[in-house]
Design a protein around this ligand. Structure first.
Ligand code: KIV
Length: 281
């Protein structure tokens, strides 16, 4: 059956109707296909690409060209989910013109349905300009990995009343600037609940408790395919690396003892043709 394409306004409608929103990351064809066929509402081509696919130590050096390359692969296969491209570090902090130009690339070359960028009040003018250019924008506040060094590392944000109030102000600024939803990362659940109640656009939590309008996880964390660390807020539904490692070990053993390939994996040749071959010299 043909899958109906979900839209950005559908996400807001889900909040209004009290329906939760599911979001996952994907960076290539097979994972985007699995997420889309699984009915996931939004697929983010996250700059987490740098860590979980390219093996970098953080997301800082991910480039626009890399993001576009992977967004194309994802958007090319997705039939139903809203596809968002994640603006990498340096792609929206130079000038508003440059930010619009890069956001346009996600739409024109990547064929995304919108973009995500990190930051609160300070990025509101950038958000406003990109939205005015006709591009849906998802915000991202709390723990913002691109500015983790300025935040003092990968730490839970908004733990004091003052910091929590600042987060609420950030969320309101992003809503006023035209964001269609906001990712809340690594903030206390009661603060995420307050923000979710105080704004009309959907909040998508990652380490922000159950009261957000939706949830997002990095797929490679969720399926146990990233070996370096697993954040506290990740629920690992399967340890797929163990299954893959077992398959690799079995394949290696099969090759070494001649158990693979079997006859069914091999091609035959007509006996008469084989006889015609002259092997004498
Ligand atoms: O890059 C990413 O995967 C993200 C999600 C964690 C929201 O920003």
């Amino acid at each position: 059956m043909e899958q109906k394409k979900k839209t950005v306004p559908d996400m807001k409608a889900r909040k209004t109707a009290g329906l939760k929103i599911s979001m996952l990351t994907a960076y290539d064809y097979p994972w985007a296909l699995l997420a889309d066929q699984g009915g996931i509402d939004m697929i983010l081509v996250g700059d987490s690409l740098g860590m979980v696919v390219l093996g970098y130590k953080d997301t800082i050096s991910v480039t626009m060209d890399q993001m576009i390359h992977h967004t194309k692969a994802v958007a090319g296969v997705v039939k139903s989910a809203v596809v968002l491209g994640d603006m990498p570090f340096g792609s929206y902090n130079v000038s508003i013109e440059k930010a619009i130009e890069n956001a346009n690339r996600f739409m024109k070359e990547g064929r995304a349905d919108g973009i995500k960028l990190e930051g609160g009040k300070s990025v509101a003018p950038v958000v406003e300009a990109i939205v005015r250019a006709g591009i849906p924008v998802q915000g991202h506040i709390g723990l913002t990995p691109q500015t983790a060094s300025a935040l003092g590392g990968f730490k839970v944000q908004g733990k004091s009343a003052e910091a929590a109030r600042a987060l609420l102000e950030d969320a309101k600024s992003l809503e006023a600037a035209g964001c269609f939803s906001i990712v809340l990362e690594a903030i206390p659940a009661p603060i995420a609940k307050i923000i979710t109640e105080k704004i009309s656009i959907p909040t998508i939590g990652i380490g922000a408790g159950v009261h957000c309008d939706g949830q997002v996880l990095v797929t490679h964390d969720m399926v146990g395919l990233f070996d370096r660390f697993t954040p506290k807020f990740v629920k690992q539904y399967v340890k797929i690396s163990a299954t893959i490692s077992a398959a690799i070990a079995e394949y290696k053993a099969d090759v070494e003892c001649g158990k693979f390939p079997e006859e069914k994996h091999s091609f035959i040749m007509n006996e008469e043709e084989l006889k015609k071959m002259d092997f004498s010299n």
